[in-house]
Design a protein around this ligand. Structure first.
Ligand SMILES: Nc1ncnc2c1ncn2[C@@H]1O[C@H](COP(=O)(O)OP(=O)(O)O)[C@@H](O)[C@H]1O
Ligand SMILES: [Mg+2]
Length: 280
């Protein structure tokens, strides 16, 4: 099977705390998989282990069949630049002392080092809704939302096969969140890349993800095609999440902090809720 990303039984620990407790997933080319769940459930820890920023305590992460080395993002072998990460805070992705055109050029060079064509930095800025002549600016000369667009352009310029985006739109103003998410999906699909899209905004997830994984306290409690999970949630936690959405059109944002009075059943393992499939 030609999986782009294959994660098996991933465990991430910080001292005694098990932040990720046996997460498995696959992503195929051209597929957007969303990872949702309340703050602190282990989404970012999962993402960092997938791109090799954190060493898993157990389990494996394979990209195109090869185990992803834990090296940090800047010291990777060229083939692993095909995995790009976009962080919630664009300041984590960008160097404040370098013109954005040069930073996007780093992405272009990473693509070229893998034998791929990539556009000029100005063209990438236009692709994310900015102007080509902004290449000579420094990050501080952009608004927060524009900076995130630059970070996205930089990641895309590397012509990734897989983008791991950890709450990439949370820092944007509300009016541009859906359009930037839509743009990321579009550019990803055009390039035949896959994406792991982490968000606590369920309305955006519903619009952009082919499949969704619901995480609760370090474990996946429900997974399957987005339409199926939305239309007919099986796990009690997923049901509670979707029921808490205030609008009938599915708009809604997950709570910032785990519920202190969470019912015991939210942590239960419900076999039918995992790897759900639409009946043929
Ligand atoms: N570097 C770290 N050191 C210690 N604990 C951490 C670290 N990063 C995350 N954690 C803890 O691991 C758990 C999962 O965090 P995280 O993966 O950031 O969740 P999420 O992204 O879903 O909000 C939380 O309890 C968090 O406090
Ligand atoms: Mg996080």
């Amino acid at each position: 099977m030609s999986e782009l990303l294959q994660v098996d039984d991933l465990v991430v620990r910080y001292g005694n705390l098990t932040a990720v407790d046996g997460v498995s997933m696959t992503i195929r080319p051209g597929e957007v998989l969303a990872l949702v769940g309340e703050s602190g459930c282990g989404k970012s820890s999962t993402a960092r282990a997938i791109v090799g920023m954190d060493r898993p305590a157990d389990g494996t992460v394979r990209f195109r069949g090869d185990e992803v080395p834990t090296l940090g993002l800047r010291r990777r072998r060229p083939e692993f630049t095909a995995v790009q990460m976009v962080f919630q805070d664009p300041n984590s992705s960008l160097n404040p002392r370098k013109r954005v055109g040069e930073q996007i050029l780093d992405g272009v060079r990473a693509a070229r080092a893998r034998g791929l064509e990539s556009d000029e930095p100005g063209t990438w800025l236009e692709a994310v809704g900015l102007q080509a002549d902004m290449v000579s600016r420094y990050p501080h000369q952009f608004s927060g939302g524009q900076r995130q667009r630059v970070a996205i352009a930089r990641a895309l310029a590397a012509k990734p096969d897989l983008i791991v985006a950890d709450e990439p739109i949370s820092a944007l103003d509300a009016s541009s969140q859906a359009s930037v998410a839509g743009m990321m999906r579009q550019l990803c699909l055009e390039a035949g890349a896959g994406m792991l899209f982490i968000s606590h905004d369920l309305s955006v997830v519903r619009l952009m993800a082919d499949r969704v994984m619901v995480m609760y306290r370090g474990a996946v409690v429900e997974s399957g095609p987005t339409s199926l999970v939305w239309g007919d949630p099986v796990h009690p936690y997923t049901r509670a999440l979707l029921a808490a959405i205030p609008h009938p059109d599915g708009k809604g944002v997950l709570p910032e902090a785990p519920a202190a009075d969470a019912p015991e059943e939210w942590a239960s393992r419900v076999e039918e809720a995992l790897n759900r499939q639409i009946a043929a």
